[in-house]
Ligand binder design. Structure first.
Ligand code: SAM
Length: 129
């Protein structure tokens, strides 16, 4: 059909245009707070994702010097189980709003997203204190 025949650059332009409206705070609220981020059961998507990542990195099959996370968005949960398997992790995103959101978190500025329940949960499933 016409959509399948569309030149690749048009598809990419549409994708890029869509992301210009990306709101990091709304994205975090919709995806990384309850009900999705309910750590009481792996029936909820966030603890399920953390389990998948923990198992993947625990397998030892993915390791190296530098991990480049393409499209980190405003989130770091996806890197937690990777930390022990890489010397360096580079988070990337083409939207400045997302890079700025992560920068504020790194610098410990007030009002940034609280990743500590995620960190605690990963420590728990990895069997750490
Ligand atoms: C759905 S969000 C995912 C965010 C986060 N990784 C997560 O797991 O929730 C996708 C992100 O990828 C970014 N992105 C999409 N294509 C990209 C590209 N080619 N290079 C860098 N970032 C990209 C977007 O700006 C957006 O922040």
């Amino acid at each position: 059909g016409a959509a399948a025949a569309a030149p690749r650059h048009e598809t990419l332009a549409a994708l890029r245009e869509g992301y210009q409206h990306f709101d990091p705070r709304a994205y975090l609220q919709n995806n990384y707070l309850p009900p999705r981020a309910d750590f009481s059961s792996e029936e909820f998507v966030v603890p399920w994702k953390l389990r998948c990542l923990a198992e993947t990195f625990a397998s030892g099959e993915i390791h190296g010097r530098t991990l480049i996370d393409v499209g980190s968005g405003p989130t770091i949960y996806q890197l937690l189980s990777a930390c022990d398997h890489f010397e360096e992790i580079v988070a990337t995103d083409y939207l400045a709003v997302n890079r700025e959101e992560l920068g504020r978190w790194v610098r410990g500025e007030p009002g940034t997203f609280d990743w500590s329940p995620f960190i605690q949960h990963v420590c728990k499933i990895e069997g750490r204190g």
